[in-house]
Design a protein. Structure first.
Lengths: 370, 370
DNA sequence: TTGAAAGCGATACCAG
DNA sequence: CTGGTATCGCTTTCAA
C-alpha cells in the first residue's frame, strides 16, 4: 500500500532498458523501434505512470512560446481576456513563457494570416478566438497536425480537433435571461426582442434558442420577435433597433446578447422609452456602468472574460505538460450583475488594475476565478 | 536584457558564500548569523530572486500533511467543499499531499479539540471553518505562532492572523437578493422576511445589512421584518417561520440565508402560502431541486462550495510554497440558480461525481472554477 | 536505435 | 554557524 509513484526509472528497470529510451518512447520520437515503444507504453500504463510535472518544467530548457490571437473589440472584454491569460501565466510554475499577443481590430482574413504565421513559426501553443468557426476549422486542423495545441476561447470551433475550449454556457445564459425577463415583467404581456451578432454563430444561435424555449415554457404571454442581427456593427445595431422600436408598440423588453449594447441603449433613449423597457445586456465595461446604476439596464450577463483568459491558459498549459490527450472543455456559468452588486464587481476590477501596476513580478495569488 | 532568473547559486556566489547558507538565510532558520542573514536578504532583493516552485516541489521530500476541519452539515454543501479540496490537491504539481479530513457533526468544543490536535501533531497546514470566530481566534493565533498556515473557508476569523480566507462576498449576496426580491415582487407592497443563523456571525450580519440597505434604497415600499434566527436548527427554523407566517398577513417574500431552507419551505407549505410567497434561498442541494423546478423557490444563491474548496487549497499551497507572506483573501461572487439554468448546474454536479469515480488518478483538468 | 550522464534549482543532509 | 554534496524526476545531449 505504499503510495510510491512510478517514475521513468521504475519502468526502465522493469523493462531492463534505459530511462532515455523510455522517455523517447513516451514522447513518440521518431528514433525508437515500434516494438520497444509498444512495450514501454504497456508497462507505463500497467504501472500507472504519471509524469511529474515539477520535474518536467524544471528540466525542460526550451521556453514556451504561445500566441494569443484575439480581437481588439469595442469594449474592455478582450482586454480582460488578455489580462487573464497574463495573470495565469505569471503564477504558473514555469519560468520561460513568452506570450505573443496578436490583436486585430476586425474579423476577417487577417485573423487567418496571423494564425498561419504562428503555425509556421512552430509556436508551442495557440489561444484563439475563431470568429467564423467553419472557415477557421481547416486552419486549426493544420495546427493540430503540426502537433500544436489550440485552445478556443469564447467561441467554439467544433470538429476542428482543437485541444481545448473555454466558454460561457450559452444555454444557461439564454435561459436565465428569459427567466429574469419573465419575472421582471411580472404580469405584463407584450413582445420581447433579442439582438445577436449573427444566427450563423453557434453560440449566438444557442443563446437565442434557450431564450426562446424558456420564454415559451414559462412565460407564454410574452411574444418573442424575430432576432435583430447587428454583425458586430454599432451603426447597424442602432438603426435596426430604432426601426424595431417604432414598429413594435407593445415591446416590453430586449435582451442584447452581444457586446454592442450601448447603441441599443442609445436607440431606446432616442425613442424615449429607455425606462419603459426592461433591458438585459451582456458583459460589463465602463460605458455600461452608468446605465446599470441608473436602472436603465436591469441586469447584465457577465461572461467573466478574465476567468476565461485564465482558464484558457490553464487548459493550454495542461495539454503542453501532458502532451496531448483528449480535448478539455471548460464551461463557465455567467455572473449576473445588477445595481445591487455592481460595486462588488467594479471594486474587483479596479483591484486588478492597481495590482497589475504594483507588482509586475507576477506570482500574486491566483486571483479568484470568480 | 537577458531574462536570466536568479537562483540560489547566483546569490551565493555574489556573496562568496554557499548555496546552503543562502537557503537557510532565506528561510530564517535558527542557525544563521544575523549579519549573513541580512546580507543574503539584501542581495536576494536586489537581484530580484524569486524561488523556482518547480524545483522546490521536486526536491522537497517531506510530504505535506494538511487537515481540513469542517462540518458534517445537513446538506451537501460541506461535502462539496471537501470534494473541491480533493480535486485541487489532485491536480497540484506536487506528489505527496496527505489530506486529513476531520468532520464533526455539530458546532462546539469538538472543533477546537480537533484543531488543537492538528497543531500538536505539527501538520503542515490547516483549512478550517471557524464557526464561532471569536472563540476560535486564539486557536488560530496559536497555530500561526507555530508557523502553521491556516486558511479559513466560508467564514472569516478576523484578526486571528490566519494566512488566508476564501468566502463568498456577503454584501453582494445580500444586495442581489434584495434586488431580485424587489424586482420579482414588482408593484406589490408589503413586508419581507429574512432568516439567518445568528446575528453574531459577521457574514450573516453582513448579508442582513446589505439586504436591508438595498431594500430601503431601491424598494422602500417593502418593509423588512425582524430577522428570524435559527441557530442551525431545523426545528427552530420551522417553528419560528410558522409563527411569522401567522403573524404577518402582508408577507410577500422571504430570504433564507442559511442552508436550512427546507424547513422554511415546509412551513410555508403547511401555512398554505408556498406559491404566494417569493422565496429566495441559499445554496443548491438535492432536496432543494424540486422546489426550484416547481417555481416555489424563485432563485437560490449558490455559494459555490466546490470552488471554495479548490481555492482554499490553492491559497494554502501558495503559502506553503512561498513560506508565509501576507494574508490572501479570495472573495467569490455567488451564482444565481433559477428554474431556467438549474439543469446547467445539476449536469455539472453529476459530471463531477461520475468522473470522481472514473478516474481516481487525479490529474483531471482543473475543473472550471465556475 | 539505444545507453549513459550532465544538468535544471531547490531541499536536506553530513561534515567541518 | 557554514560549506559541500546527494537527491528529486525529467529533458537533453553525446557516445556507442
Amino acid at each position: 500500500m505504499t503510495k510510491k509513484t512510478t517514475t521513468l526509472h521504475d519502468i526502465a528497470k522493469a523493462l531492463n532498458t534505459s530511462i532515455g529510451t523510455v522517455h523517447r518512447a513516451l514522447h513518440d520520437s521518431p528514433d525508437v523501434s515500434p516494438e520497444t515503444k509498444a512495450k514501454v507504453l504497456r508497462a507505463a500504463k500497467s504501472l500507472g505512470y504519471r509524469p511529474n510535472l515539477a520535474a518536467r518544467f524544471l528540466s525542460s530548457k526550451k521556453s514556451l512560446r504561445i500566441t494569443i490571437n484575439t480581437l481588439q473589440g469595442t469594449t474592455s472584454f478582450w482586454d480582460d481576456i488578455r489580462t487573464g491569460v497574463q495573470e495565469e501565466a505569471a503564477s504558473a510554475p514555469i519560468e520561460n513563457v513568452d506570450l505573443d499577443f496578436k490583436t486585430y481590430s476586425h474579423l476577417g482574413e487577417l485573423q487567418e494570416e496571423v494564425f498561419e504565421n504562428a503555425v509556421r513559426d512552430r509556436v508551442d501553443g495557440i489561444i484563439t478566438f475563431p470568429s467564423h468557426p467553419k472557415t477557421f476549422r481547416p486552419w486549426i486542423r493544420r495546427a493540430t497536425r503540426a502537433r500544436i495545441p489550440v485552445v478556443c476561447a469564447v467561441t467554439d470551433a467544433p470538429d476542428s480537433g482543437r485541444s481545448g475550449l473555454v466558454a460561457v454556457d450559452t444555454h444557461a445564459s439564454g435561459a436565465i435571461a428569459a427567466e429574469l425577463m419573465g419575472k421582471f415583467l411580472g404580469e405584463q404581456a407584450g413582445s420581447v426582442a433579442i439582438t445577436l451578432f449573427d444566427r450563423a454563430i453557434t453560440e449566438h444561435a444557442e443563446k437565442f434558442g434557450a431564450f426562446e424555449r424558456t420564454l415559451q415554457a414559462y412565460y407564454p404571454r410574452l411574444r418573442l420577435l424575430e432576432p435583430v442581427e447587428d454583425h458586430g456593427m454599432a451603426a447597424e445595431a442602432y438603426t435596426k433597433c430604432r426601426t424595431l422600436f417604432e414598429e413594435s408598440a407593445d415591446l416590453r423588453g430586449i435582451y442584447v446578447t452581444t457586446e454592442d449594447s450601448i447603441p441599443v441603449i442609445k436607440a431606446a433613449k432616442d425613442a424615449k422609452l429607455l425606462h419603459r423597457l426592461t433591458i438585459i445586456t451582456t458583459d460589463l465595461f465602463p460605458d455600461l456602468v452608468p446605465h446599470i446604476r441608473s436602472g436603465a439596464v436591469a441586469v447584465t450577463i457577465y461572461q467573466r472574460p478574465r476567468t476565461q483568459g485564465r482558464m484558457a491558459f490553464r487548459v493550454l498549459l495542461k495539454h503542453l505538460a501532458e502532451g496531448g490527450g483528449r480535448s478539455t472543455e471548460v464551461t463557465l456559468a455567467p455572473h449576473l450583475v445588477m445595481r445591487g452588486n455592481l460595486d462588488f464587481f467594479l471594486q474587483r476590477q479596479s483591484k486588478e488594475t492597481t495590482h497589475e501596476k504594483a507588482s509586475r513580478n507576477g506570482g500574486e495569488m491566483a486571483g479568484d476565478f470568480s
